[in-house]
Write a protein that binds this ligand. Sequence first.
Ligand SMILES: [Fe+2]
Ligand SMILES: [Fe+2]
Length: 248
Amino acid sequence: MKPKEQHVTVSHPGYSDEFFSEEGVIDDASTTSEMGAELDTAHNTTLSANLEAVRMLGLKLPTDPRWVNVAEKSIEEILTDHAFCEQKAATMGITLIVKFSDHVKLVDEVTPLVAEEWGHFRKVLKELKKRGMALGRQRKDEYVVALHNQMRKGGSREQTMMEYLLVSAMVEARSCERFRLLSLYCNDEYLRKFYYEFMVSEAGHYRMFIDLAKHYLPEDQVKQRWEEMLLVEAEIMANLELRGDRVH
Ligand SMILES: [Fe+2]
Ligand SMILES: [Fe+2]
């Protein structure tokens, strides 16, 4: 039996189920930088701004900003967990390239993403070292495992690709939401800037994965599946303990 890990949690459920976005997929043709700018506009500390930022990402359950107060008490654990999130993003990118290597646009766009995600890993590792902290071992990522478990199997190759792209988009969207909260509410000014940059970058990745799915599959199909996945993601989140030592 694995000993129970010592960790801090927020006493509050951490989510509000009162909020539902009307539209899960952003339809306009705004670019990655515009997406960053939109989040930037919403980069203030009002509750309505938080909800607006989540709406832009399409997520159904906003995280309680008080999560940050708990998270920053275990910053070494958050940074370690974050580093492994970046590693998983890079690994997932490589998996996509290998699995769908005959899809030129996908390979062209995911290849630089892998380098960027690995750059993120290095950045977080550097931050840990700067603080005299160690990377340590990775923890089981229950959130990502749950998202992978709900992927549909047995469809066409294109449909399987859509499952991978939308799960990737979902992880980016939720990471972006959490990084945004860190960029707003962390007491450490340096970390606020640190996480602001991650927020903008992951917003762009979210966008890229959605656009790739729409490039290869009919838009209606992508939108329908994305809406279904958003509901499942909200359910996964609602059932996961909101921990101060985890990014998700
Ligand atoms: Fe990243
Ligand atoms: Fe990313």
